[in-house]
Design a protein around this ligand. Structure first.
Ligand code: NAD
Length: 476
């Protein structure tokens, strides 16, 4: 294992700063590395590098850009064990999930390697026979990329792959809890020959100040943000000052609907995936379980049995299904949500309410959830299952849509007509029908309502990084 990169990566060079911040293991606070704490001046240098590099990169033949992206994806896979171990150390997630994340993250680079050569334009039949109307797609320019800590590799590559394929250059600011994964990808990008300035990384502990400064830089023409709705709204407001393009992948409050004719074993299997990946800390985590009354008891019984089997522990232990949550504030928030629900009448059907003092949270199942409880409206981001019953399909849909968020929704039913009818009625950018895992590079990932806008992955993922140019040409 080569030494972990700890400095800012600007214009193809590793730049050490005097100020540094500590990255620690969420399991036991063991120090992993002290990382350069980039300041506003470093952010400016990175933007200037991205601006200079844009001219050459955007003019490179698209298939050549694709070849480099493909090489980077392959390089990640060749190093998957080391990258996964690094992810488990800085994020705490179970090692099997870190491995899955590295593969998922690499799949975006492979996908966009192909898409680079498919940024097609169009010709439009003109009313005037002496005219030809062409539409081309041009890269928007240097892009600022801001990512969260919960998927340090995948949230980066979903953006980096699309941006570089389109011909844009990137300045990335990773989350302060997990900068090492992004720096590791920068190292591999350098190794496979991504030119200097095309991909820059500025780690910082002062997200608001240095991140805000980066986003406000004149040369940045687009902002791609994944994180909380609160910060996303602030970023959009600030971006208005310079009319920068923005895409926002924000929080979720996913309903998981189990209808009376569902295959309950399949629903339980899907629930485990949708709820417990990354210890419940995913934007697509099932947050509210809505079960039609006739099967409520049977579903809860099967779920209880399956959840009781989950192994809670250190991420590096291969048996672990649920690792620590990211920090103390997260542990306290989850404990507060459970306490509020219990105070308002929820029943604990499995586990013990967390006390907020430990980051290692054992799964809890609550039933009797009502809309007055804070966890009905709040992204839990932890291993807590909240069960509510619905009298019929219509009530289940109304409950599912009773949220400001709209990222993903899940529904379990065997009835083919019902599957499509309910999927259409659910207010979400994505719907899993008898499926607890929807994320994949070839499909458009993204939300509606307070979950943001823009799509990542799929053939649509590149759209946000291109401007349409219409050319009217007179030929006679
Ligand atoms: P967060 O909003 O606190 O931070 C996200 C990123 O924004 C971090 O890099 C942070 O340093 C940076 N940041 C914070 N304030 C900033 C500011 N004022 N200016 C510029 N940058 C700033 O979110 P988080 O806690 O890191 O991540 C969890 C959230 O992300 C959850 O709400 C989750 O649902 C969401 N998320 C969404 C998706 C999606 O695709 N929709 C995917 C993963 C996570």
């Amino acid at each position: 294992m080569s030494e972990v990169k700890r400095d800012a990566f600007i214009d193809g060079r590793w730049v050490a700063g005097e100020a540094r911040f500590a990255v620690t293991d969420p399991f036991d606070d063991a120090p992993i590395a002290d990382v350069t704490d980039a300041d506003e001046a470093m952010a400016d240098t990175a933007v200037a590098a991205a601006e200079r590099a844009f001219a050459g990169w955007s003019r490179r033949a698209a298939p050549e850009r694709g070849t480099l992206l493909g090489a980077l994806g392959a390089r990640m896979l060749a190093d998957e064990r080391r990258l996964a171990e690094l992810c488990t150390r800085e994020n705490g997630k179970p090692i099997k999930e870190s491995l899955a994340e590295v593969r998922y993250a690499a799949s975006f680079l492979t996908w966009f390697a192909g898409e680079a050569g498919r940024v097609y334009g169009e010709t439009i039949p003109a009313s005037n026979p002496a005219q030809r109307l062409l539409v081309t797609r041009e890269p928007v320019g240097p892009v600022a990329v801001i990512t969260p800590w919960n998927f340090p590799y995948a949230m980066l590559t979903r953006k980096l792959g699309a941006a570089l394929a389109a011909g844009c250059t990137v300045v990335a600011k990773p989350a302060e809890a997990t900068p090492l994964g992004t720096l590791a990808i920068a190292e591999l990008a350098q190794e496979v020959g991504v030119p200097a300035g095309v991909f820059n990384v500025v780690p910082t502990s002062r997200a608001r100040e240095v991140g805000g400064h980066l986003l406000a830089a004149k040369a940045i023409r687009k902002i791609s943000f994944t994180g909380s709705t609160e910060v996303g709204m602030l970023i959009m407001k600030n971006a208005a000052a310079d009319l920068k393009r923005v895409s926002l992948e924000l929080g979720g409050n996913a309903p998981f609907v189990v209808l009376s004719d569902a295959d309950l074993d399949a629903a339980v299997a899907g629930a485990l995936v949708a709820k417990f990946r990354n210890s419940g800390q995913t934007c697509v985590a099932a947050n509210r379980f809505i079960v039609e009354e006739p099967v409520a008891e049977a579903f809860a019984g099967k779920l209880r049995a399956a959840v009781a089997e989950l192994h809670v522990g250190r991420g590096s232990d291969p048996r672990t299904d649920v690792g620590p949550v990211i920090d103390d504030a997260a542990a306290r928030k989850i404990a507060g949500l459970v306490a509020d629900a219990v105070k308002r009448g929820a029943r604990v059907v499995l586990g013990t309410p967390p006390d907020g003092a430990s980051r290692l949270i054992h799964p809890v199942i609550l039933d009797g959830i009502t809309p007055e409880m804070a966890l009905w409206r709040t992204e839990i981001f932890g291993p807590v299952i909240a069960l509510r019953t619905a009298a019929d399909e219509g009530a289940a849909i109304a409950q599912a849509n009773d949220t400001e968020y709209g990222l993903v929704a899940y529904v379990y039913t065997r009835d083919g007509a019902r599957q499509l009818r309910v999927a259409e009625a659910l207010e979400a950018g994505m719907v899993g029908v008898n499926e607890g895992l929807v994320s994949t590079a070839q499909a458009p990932f993204g939300g509606i309502k307070h979950s943001g806008f823009g799509r990542e992955g799929s053939r649509h993922g590149i759209d946000d990084y291109t401007n349409l140019k219409y050319i009217a040409q007179r030929i006679g």
